[in-house]
Design a protein around this ligand. Structure first.
Ligand SMILES: [Zn+2]
Length: 437
C-alpha cells in the first residue's frame, strides 16, 4: 500500500487508551512507595527500570536508541527523509520524594504513545520522530531542578540563568541523602552515559514538544481536557531580611525586644496586603524561612524569608519589585532589607508550534483553553535553543508533587492524541519554515 505524503494531514488519529493505561500501570510499579505514589530519584535503580521499560517498548516498534553524555535518552523512529531535522517529544521519568504517577512520566508515556500510534497505524512521516527522556528534571536527589536541560541548553540560556548550570558544578552536585556521592558519580555508574555529540541541538532538531500535567486547578475548574500552553510565567525571587537583637527569652521584657521573627511576620503581612492590590493573576509565595539562632529560649536576631512572585506581564512584576523596594525600612525595632535571588522574564513558546497544538485539539474536538505555565519545565530551557511548546492535561484537584496526583487515562490519551496531531502538522512543514516564525 502506498501512503501519499500529502494525505496524512487530512486524517485525524487518536491514540490508544488501552495502551496508555498499560504504560501508566507498568510505570507506576517503578519506585512504588506502597501508598499510591512513587519515589523515583533520577538515575536510581527505580528510574533505570522506567528507562529500561521505555527502551524495550521503543525498540519493539523499530526505534533506534542513543544517549548523550548526561544520560538523556533518545528513541528515534526514522522518517522517510532522515536528512531532515527531527521532531522531538520529551519529558522526565524522575520524581520528587513521594511524588505521583504523572508528573514528567506522562510526557514520556505520551511521546511513546505517539510513536506507537505512528508505528501501529503506519502513519507516514518525513522527519525522524523522537521520544526523549531528560535526566534529573526534579533535582530531588541532586539539585538543582532542570539540571540536564540546563547543561544541554547552556550556551543558549540568558546569562543570569546560565550561571546556575555550569557543567562542572552540576557534576559535583552532592546527593542530599549521602554527601559523599555526586551527580557525576551517579552518571558514571548509570550505564546511560553516552556521547556528547548526541545531545539535542538546533541543527539536528526542528522542534520540541512537551506534554505535562497542569499541576494546578485551572483546567479542571473550567472543565477543559487540554491546555494549549503559551508561555512560562516571568518571575522574581527575593530574600527579605530582618535584623534584630538576640536576648534571653525569660529575662528580656517585651518592650526592650528587637525580635527579628516578629518583624518578619509584620513585613510578610504588609507584603501580602500590598501585593493583593495588584492584578488578580499574580501568584506569590513565601516558602522558605531562615531563622537565627533558631533556639526556643533565644529571641531571634536574624530572619530571612523567600518571596517568589510570578506573572506573565513584566509591568505587574515591576509593581511587585516597587512594593518590595518601598517596604518599611524598620519593623518593631528591627531594620529590614532585601536582596534579589534571581529573576526570569516570561518565556513565550513558539507561536507556530502553539498554533499546531491548537489546530490539533480543534480537529479532535476536545474542550480546551489557552493557559500559561507557572512551573518550570525542561521545555522552558529547550525553548531558548529551538522552537518549543507544551501541552497540558488536567490535574485532579490541582494536586501534584504528591501521591494523590491524578489524571484520568482518558485525559492522558486525549493529551497524547493532541500531541500526535501537532507533531504530524509539524512534520508536514519543511524544516526551514519554523525558523521564520
Ligand atoms: Zn515535571
Amino acid at each position: 500500500m502506498h501512503f501519499g505524503m500529502e494525505k496524512h494531514m487530512d486524517e485525524i488519529y487518536e491514540c490508544s487508551k488501552e495502551r496508555m493505561q498499560d504504560k501508566i500501570t507498568t510505570m507506576s510499579h517503578y519506585g512504588d512507595a506502597g501508598h499510591g505514589g512513587i519515589t523515583r530519584y533520577s538515575l536510581s535503580p527505580e528510574a533505570k527500570q522506567a528507562r529500561e521499560e521505555f527502551i524495550k517498548r521503543m525498540k519493539a516498534i523499530g526505534c533506534t536508541i542513543k544517549t548523550d553524555d548526561v544520560a538523556d535518552v533518545y528513541a528515534t523512529l526514522e522518517g522517510t527523509d532522515p536528512s531532515l531535522p527531527a521532531i522531538v517529544m520529551a519529558s522526565h521519568v524522575d520524581s520528587v520524594r513521594n511524588g505521583g504517577n504523572f508528573d514528567g512520566i506522562l510526557g514520556v508515556m505520551s511521546a511513546m504513545e505517539v510513536l506507537e500510534t505512528v508505528a501501529d497505524k503506519k502513519i507516514p512521516h518525513k522527519h525522524n520522530l523522537v521520544a526523549m527522556i531528560w535526566t534529573n528534571e526534579e533535582g530531588s536527589l541532586y539539585p538543582p531542578a532542570m539540571m540536564c536541560s540546563g547543561i544541554v541548553t547552556y550556551d543558549y540560556l540568558p546569562a543570569e540563568i546560565r550561571k546556575n548550570f555550569k557543567e562542572e558544578n552540576m557534576l559535583a552536585s552532592k546527593s542530599i541523602l549521602d554527601p559523599s556521592k555526586t551527580f557525576g558519580m551517579a552518571l558514571d555508574a548509570s550505564g546511560y552515559k553516552g556521547d556528547k555529540k548526541n545531545r539535542i541541538n538546533p541543527k539536528d532538531y526542528m522542534a520540541m514538544f512537551e506534554l505535562h500535567i497542569e499541576q494546578g486547578p485551572i483546567l479542571e475548574a473550567a472543565g477543559n481536557d487540554i491546555g494549549v500552553v503559551t508561555c512560562v510565567l516571568g518571575m522574581v525571587n527575593y530574600r527579605i531580611k530582618t535584623y534584630g537583637q538576640a536576648d534571653h527569652a525569660g529575662t528580656t521584657p517585651m518592650k526592650y525586644r528587637h525580635d527579628a521573627l516578629y518583624a518578619a511576620a509584620k513585613l510578610l503581612d504588609y507584603l501580602h496586603t500590598e501585593l493583593d492590590k495588584l492584578d488578580s493573576e499574580l501568584v506569590y509565595t513565601t516558602g522558605e524561612i531562615v531563622l537565627h539562632p533558631d533556639v526556643h529560649t533565644v529571641i531571634p536576631d536574624y530572619c530571612e524569608f523567600s518571596l517568589d512572585a510570578r506573572h506573565e506581564d513584566p509591568k505587574v512584576i515591576e509593581q511587585v519589585v516597587k512594593i518590595i523596594e518601598n517596604m518599611p525600612k524598620e519593623e518593631v525595632g528591627c531594620k529590614t532589607g532585601y536582596e534579589v535571588a534571581w529573576t526570569r522574564d516570561t518565556v513565550y513558546y513558539d507561536k507556530t508550534l502553539v498554533s499546531y497544538v491548537q489546530d490539533s485539539v480543534n480537529k479532535l474536538g476536545y474542550s480546551n483553553q489557552r493557559i500559561n505555565s507557572g512551573a518550570g519545565h525542561d521545555a522552558q530551557f529547550a525553548s531558548y535553543m529551538l522552537p518549543t511548546t507544551m501541552v497540558f492535561v488536567p490535574s485532579k484537584d490541582g494536586h501534584s508533587h504528591c501521591e494523590p496526583e491524578f489524571t484520568s487515562t482518558e485525559q492522558c490519551t486525549k493529551g497524547a492524541s493532541v500531541l500526535l496531531g501537532a507533531v504530524l502538522e509539524c512534520d508536514s512543514k519543511n524544516g526551514s519554515s519554523l525558523a521564520e516564525s
